[in-house]
Write a protein that binds this ligand. Structure first.
Ligand SMILES: [Zn+2]
Length: 156
């Protein structure tokens, strides 16, 4: 089969947008993490007994040892900012109006950093190594945005 049909027609391109709503299960591990966050404002990771890594968000399997993770470990709620980037342009897909920052936050007792929003601060004063605490939403629904953002300082 050749592309002879192209010699007899003008190829047209239709440009548009499609909306594709979707849902999926977060599984056993993700469900426990989000239920604790929603109902108790507590953060948990999972530890691999093989290498002692505490994954946050929790993982069912250790990516280093290729085995199931073992223990639930309560982490945070405070942590240390490892790195960050400042968002200076608002977009409908962003969860906050610019300017704000995304950070990778190493929660206390965790081995891996959690990506989250940083707010309620002078963005020019952000530095890796500062302490951050979560600000939980009053109305929580079981998503990572039950933490509205992290802000510098201790828990309130
Ligand atoms: Zn491991």
């Amino acid at each position: 089969m050749s592309a002879d049909w192209l010699s007899n027609v003008e190829p047209m391109v239709y440009k548009s947008r499609i909306k594709v709503p979707y849902t999926w299960s977060v599984g056993e591990t993700g469900s426990r993490f989000f239920v604790e966050l929603r109902d108790n404002k507590r953060l948990f990771g999972k530890r691999c007994a093989g290498c002692n890594t505490v994954y946050v968000p929790p993982r069912k399997m250790c990516g280093r040892c290729f085995r199931d993770t073992d223990d639930w470990v309560e982490v945070g709620p405070e942590g240390t900012l490892q790195t960050f980037t400042v968002v200076r342009y608002s977009h409908e897909l962003q969860p906050m109006a610019a300017p704000f920052a995304y950070g990778i936050i190493l929660l206390d007792r965790a081995s891996t950093g959690l990506v989250h929003l940083i707010g309620d601060t002078d963005l020019a004063a952000l530095r890796a190594g500062i302490r951050l605490a979560p600000v939980f939403r009053e109305e929580r629904s079981g998503t990572i945005l039950d933490i509205a953002y992290f802000r510098p300082g201790g828990s309130r």
